[in-house]
Design a protein around this ligand. Sequence first.
Ligand code: ADP
Length: 159
Amino acid sequence: MNRAIYPGSFDPITLGHLNIIERALDMYDGLIVLLAVNPGKSSLFTVEENLAMVREVISRWPQVEVDTTTGLLVDYARKHGIRQAVRGLRAVTDFEAEFSMALTNRSLWEDFDTVYLMTSAEYMFLRSSTVKQIAEHGGDVSRFVPPVVEARLRARFNH
Ligand code: ADP
């Protein structure tokens, strides 16, 4: 089975992430959404909350699963016998950080590749941090996130 890993923080998952998942499913038989847990990085939702939201939105695709790791992506990938990661590219500003991350992973495992998928134009400016800011100030995020995420954001910010 030809599988890939889609790693990220997904705090929370947005329609931009879902767009990348859909595109990746045209290329792979299976996909693992991998929530990278970084205790040093502050997040709005707990890992369990983000996991629950991802789990709910991917339930429409039987070939997609979600998992978490506190370790290195390449270690997780090797353990699961997967040699490819999928990442989304928005603007050219994403490129530099992604390029260095991909090459760092490659230096840890020579056979590991990162595949980049371009976002749809409508999601070009969409990122989790922007969604959190809009929700914090009571703005409408229904165009940016699935309903389960919108509800959680509303509950979190008491709107
Ligand atoms: P980060 O890795 O910066 O914490 P995320 O975890 O939010 O970012 O995102 C995981 C992956 O999804 C990254 O490759 C990121 O570029 C991609 N991504 C996030 N938002 C979008 C979007 N609107 N369109 C396409 N790709 C996106």
